[in-house]
Write a protein that binds this ligand. Structure first.
Ligand SMILES: [Zn+2]
Length: 316
């Protein structure tokens, strides 16, 4: 379906997929499972679909809000059927990279329960997508345009969306830690996702590690895939990639979680002390409350994040 006919509407954007499959392997940050992953081209209107290829049955999970089954420290897709086996954890950084690269349709084949954490950011996935290159498909890109304000709260976390002419986010964090403290990051689709957000790594406090491990989480976490703050310093050799790397990573997580809506979004999303749980609460509210938005063909003038995939031509 890469043939573009003459009837295409020149005022709207078109869906994309990859030009060819690309693969990587690594460990899951929470399960420590060694996994291989292949991102492959998909048909128009199929969206992003995860496919467990190690279970011996047809195990597809569309990357959609309705299929989120857990949000504790990461976003987990799955089905409560299949004896709880059909799950793919930590999808958010890959979803953010797919969004940032402007990829609408892809099949993500994976042979284990968790997306590899790579370096803890979305940059390695974005690099893979650049290597794959991008193909335009003959189907209009749909977008959710927010028309009414939405506000959700959870504990001391807040998330709000207001109508806007583009996709923009403002993420604020407030950590009781002298090296993190208050940080605010603002990002709009007019900026470069790759440079501004993609390389920001996941982070944690050294004091939380034992607690997470006792809960069976972060079993694959290390200084090569997460920023770790002790009370007085950053333990990673080389320190931070940005002074506000934690806030940038929160923005990255938010983008990945929101892409589970199945389309990009036009609106201004603001979050305070957010995590995957409230991100999911926000997107669930959107999906369940159709009167707060309309689904439109994405106009050409609406800039969507679109990583420079030109480099792909040289490796394709
Ligand atoms: Zn993250």
């Amino acid at each position: 379906m890469n043939h573009l006919n003459n009837s295409r509407n020149l005022s709207t954007q078109f869906q994309t997929t990859l030009k060819k499959p690309v693969s990587c392997s690594g460990v899951g940050v929470h399960t420590n499972a060694k996994v291989s992953l292949t991102i492959a081209p998909a048909e128009p209107n199929s969206g992003i679909i995860f496919k467990r290829i190690d279970l011996g049955f047809d195990a597809e999970i569309p990357a959609l809000v309705d299929n989120v089954i857990d949000t504790k420290l990461c976003t987990v897709l799955g089905s409560n059927g299949y004896g709880g086996n059909l799950r793919v954890a930590t999808v958010e950084h890959l979803m953010a990279a797919l969004f940032g690269a402007g990829i609408d349709n892809a099949i993500v084949q994976i042979d284990g329960p968790e997306v590899p954490v790579m370096d803890g950011s979305a940059e390695p996935f974005l690099f893979l997508l650049e290597c794959a290159g991008k193909r335009t498909l003959n189907a209009p890109r749909k977008v959710i345009k927010i028309t009414e304000e939405i506000l959700v709260k959870e504990g001391n976390s807040i998330a709000r969306i207001t109508p806007s002419e583009t996709f923009e986010i403002t993420c604020s964090i407030n950590f009781d830690h002298k090296l993190i403290g208050k940080q605010v990051i603002h990002y709009t689709a007019k900026e470069n996702f790759k440079d501004k957000l993609s390389s920001a790594r996941t982070f944690c406090l050294e004091s939380e590690i034992l607690k997470m491990r006792a809960a069976g989480l972060a079993l694959g976490g290390s200084l090569s895939n997460a920023v770790v703050f002790s009370e007085s310093r950053v333990l990673n050799e080389g320190g931070l990639r940005f002074p506000d790397e934690p806030a940038r990573h929160k923005a990255l997580d938010l983008i990945g979680d929101l892409y589970l809506l199945g389309t990009p979004i036009i609106g201004h999303i603001e979050t305070l002390r957010a995590g995957h749980s409230i991100n999911h609460k926000l997107s669930s509210f959107i999906i369940k409350n159709r009167s707060f938005w309309s689904l439109i063909d994405c106009p050409k003038q609406i800039v969507q994040p679109d990583a420079p995939l030109v480099a792909a031509a040289s490796v394709a």
